[in-house]
Design a protein around this ligand. Structure first.
Ligand code: MG
Length: 379
């Protein structure tokens, strides 16, 4: 059976792909989206995700999610939905695995600090950086910069974009100026990201002792499953109780996403990916009641986990660390490895700042800490 036979007409397919930036001969045994996924997995940026913070800084514990395990969980969630909706599973997987490649060390604290350091030089945005990694920064091929991924994978990586950046990006930025939607695989990767972190952050937050059962039970998404699990297994110990609840929460939101999106697709009946792109809103959506509960959980995690006072102390520490690195490299580019210092040496002030941002954004948590120690002599 050819892929086109099981894919829905609104799914992305190789036959309808807008292709790569630089033409390449086709592979003998792999499809184009398979090649994208493989290139992402073989990239340096992908390997670094294992030592980058999701919520907890890498050295805080061995069992917490890192950007790598987060990305794998996003891909697993999204692939299930892709198959159920007859979307392109491999493209979906490629987008999910690449979605956080541009993340700085130390998670959002790192992103915010680098953005502040880059204020006068065009700012820093991790999502845009993910595209920059696959388009420019990975140096793997003799014939072109970056990984030369297909348009569809790159479109999925670029989730949001300012009008100014969109204009500078050309074809890939067009949809932000025309207010169009991305393909369904991209829409799906975006929602799967939120499903994955909402659920694994409950697990990690509970494990860390920063979230309590009592607090979590005030969340409707959690409480519904808690009541059911507690009724069936009244004597279950906390650890297994949490897992049992989380797996049911994931099942609930994923099933809702599939059912609601199928309804939207049946109603809108797009005949092609272009009709998906010109729809007035994304078609991959939760139902209204589940969306409300999903957002409530997200806000709860934001308030009680991401801004927990124990986390804020670490946030302040890592912000000071990255700020120090930025100031050091921009005033003395020789402090960076040769490929970065020579690129910075050739550039104007704005270009130099971008080289420094690329260097810092690529660091793992522990490399940034080691560099800070080397520069300041302080651990
Ligand atoms: Mg993510």
């Amino acid at each position: 059976m050819k892929p086109e036979d099981y894919l829905a007409p609104y799914a992305a397919s190789e036959a309808r792909s807008r292709g790569r930036r630089f033409d390449e001969p086709r592979a003998k045994y792999r499809g184009e989206f398979h090649r994208d996924r493989d290139r992402i997995i073989h990239s340096t940026a992908f390997r670094r995700l294992v030592y980058k913070t999701q919520v907890f800084v890498n050295h805080e514990g061995d069992l917490y999610r890192t950007r790598l395990t987060h990305s794998l969980e996003v891909a697993q969630v999204a692939r299930t939905v892709a198959v159920a909706l007859r979307l392109n599973e491999t493209l979906t997987e490629a987008i999910c695995l690449a979605h956080d490649l541009g993340h700085t060390p130390f998670g959002h604290a790192g992103q915010d600090t680098l953005n502040a350091c880059m204020r006068d030089y065009g700012g820093f945005e991790h999502n845009l950086q993910s595209l920059r990694v696959v388009d420019e920064l990975e140096a793997k091929y003799a014939d072109f910069p970056g990984l030369n991924l297909t348009f569809e994978t790159r479109e999925g990586i670029l989730k949001h974009c300012s009008a100014r950046n969109a204009r500078a990006l050309g074809e890939i930025g067009e949809r932000f100026l025309k207010r169009q939607q991305p393909g369904l695989e991209a829409q799906l990767a975006n929602v799967a990201d939120a499903i994955a972190y909402n659920n694994h952050d409950v697990d990690d937050g509970f494990r860390a002792g920063l979230l309590s059962l009592k607090q979590l039970r005030r969340q409707p998404l959690f409480e519904t499953q808690y009541a059911e699990v507690h009724r069936r297994y009244p004597d279950l110990e906390d650890r297994r109780l949490i897992y049992e609840i989380i797996r049911r929460m994931i099942d609930t939101v994923v099933s809702d996403l599939i059912d609601e999106t199928q309804r939207n697709l049946d109603e809108a009946a797009p005949r092609s990916i272009d009709e998906v792109r010109s729809a007035s809103q994304p078609l991959v959506r939760f139902s209204a009641p589940v969306f409300e509960q999903h957002v409530a959980l997200k806000q709860f995690l934001n308030r009680h986990l991401y801004r927990h006072e124990k986390k804020l102390a670490m946030t302040k520490k890592v912000q000071a660390m990255l700020k120090k690195l930025f100031e050091t490299y921009i005033t003395d580019v020789e402090q960076m490895p040769l490929e970065f210092s020579s690129a910075a040496g050739r550039a104007d002030e704005t270009g130099r700042a971008r080289v420094v941002a690329d260097y810092i954004a690529g660091m793992t948590d522990r490399y940034a800490i080691a560099e800070h120690t080397r520069i300041t002599g302080k651990a």
